[in-house]
Write a protein that binds this ligand. Structure first.
Ligand code: GDP
Ligand code: MG
Length: 372
């Protein structure tokens, strides 16, 4: 926040706090005392009374984003949006196979183009509406996003192999989902295997608080085989049903915001950022702020490899045109005020540099310590 303690302000001007307080009262400020905290406007006014100028009352990152963005979209423009799903589970339980199967099933459904591009997420159409899957299974991406304040998931599909059982990463996934307050749908995978014991899985997960619906609980379980494709359509239907009641909404008329799924440097094309639009519509030509990167969007490409002019809510899209590399998990915003956005980027770059410096210093300390 940009508040400053009266005593701190007095100290900065080399004045007695009591004198500063007297001035405040003279200025007509009621309800103040020696321990008051002043907002930045009051602090500036007060300082000017003493012939000082308040230069940089530090603004928060959030405030600066809000200023750079300008007017927010209107509430009444909200529309239903597709759910966003992350697949999690223990290693080898079939996360990648399931994602591959879903992607292929969609292609087999005869949809024009099919999913051709790996851009960190893809959108599939089910009989019950579109669903977006984050392409990289695993817990790291999920945690990285949450660490940066982004939440990109509406539902976690927890994959548990029917011939194995609850394993450490199964528990970890449950903990992540719970911390993020995201509902879980369980995909009991590998039911084609002779050793499959899907009821055993239900038993074990019940012990962890995930009670199957048909056992009187409120967690959806679907037996699937990523290998044969059996019941994968049922899983998709259940995801659609589960998320329908969540009434997920977004405002396509707003300036876009969302999250960076991955970003890399391409020799020919420069910075490539794969992003998920969460709200608003992202347009070619928009000024995008993502982490420490600020630039105009030169080109947009969808998960079918098609050039597009814009991307609405719950759409993964590849973005060209950023001058710097954002990080996976960074939130992005389309901004209206380039100058304010540049100030924010400068502040962020400074903070990153300062952090790098202390880390290096620390590294040297450690090195010296080792040499002693
Ligand atoms: P991940 O580590 O969770 O991504 O698991 P993978 O998708 O890489 O699968 C691990 C192994 O299990 C691979 O050899 C897959 O072929 C196999 N597998 C995945 N799903 C099934 C399934 O439904 N049935 C059978 N029989 N094998 C599967
Ligand atoms: Mg995998």
């Amino acid at each position: 926040e940009d508040n400053i303690a009266l005593q701190q302000l007095a100290q900065k001007m080399s004045l007695k706090a009591t004198d500063v307080l007297m001035k405040l009262i003279q200025m007509g400020m009621g309800g103040v005392n020696i321990n008051s905290t002043l907002d930045s406007d009051t602090a500036k006014l007060l300082a000017s009374e003493f012939g000082y100028e308040v230069e940089n009352v530090a603004k928060s990152d959030d405030d600066m984003i809000a200023e750079a963005r300008g007017a927010a979209g209107a509430q009444e423009d909200l529309e239903a949006r597709a759910p966003i799903v992350t697949v999690m589970g223990h290693v080898d339980h079939g996360k990648t196979s399931l994602l591959d199967r879903i992607r292929k099933a969609n292609v087999a459904a005869g949809e024009a183009g099919g999913i051709t591009q790996h851009i960190g997420a893809y959108r599939v159409d089910t009989g019950k509406g579109p669903i977006v899957f984050l392409d990289t299974p695993g817990h790291e991406a999920f945690t990285a996003m949450r660490a940066r304040g982004a939440q990109a998931t509406d539902v976690v599909v927890l994959v548990v192999a029917a011939d194995d059982g609850v394993m450490p990463q199964t528990r970890e996934a449950i903990n992540h989902a719970r911390a993020a307050e995201v509902p879980i749908i369980v995909a009991v995978n590998k039911i084609d295997k002779p050793g499959a014991r899907p009821d055993q899985i239900r038993q074990e997960l019940s012990g962890l608080g995930l009670q199957p619906e048909d056992w009187g609980g409120d967690t959806l379980f679907v037996n699937v085989s990523a290998l044969s494709g059996e019941n994968v359509d049922v899983l998709l239907e259940n995801i659609a049903l589960q998320t329908e009641i969540m009434e997920l909404q977004a405002n396509p008329a707003a300036a876009a915001e969302g999250v960076v799924l991955e970003a890399y440097l391409d020799k020919g094309r420069g910075v490539v950022a794969n992003v998920l639009v969460q709200n608003g519509t992202l347009n070619q030509g928009d000024l995008m702020l993502a982490g420490v990167a600020l630039g105009r969007i030169r080109a947009l490409t969808d998960d079918r490899g098609r050039r597009v002019k814009n991307a609405g809510p719950a759409t993964p899209v590849e973005v060209l045109g950023l001058p710097d590399l954002p990080q996976a998990g960074d939130q992005f915003f389309v901004v209206a005020d380039q100058k304010k956005a540049q100030e924010l980027v400068d502040a962020r770059k400074k903070a990153v540099a300062a952090k790098a410096k202390t880390t290096t210093a620390k590294g040297l300390e450690d090195l010296y310590a080792m040499m002693k």
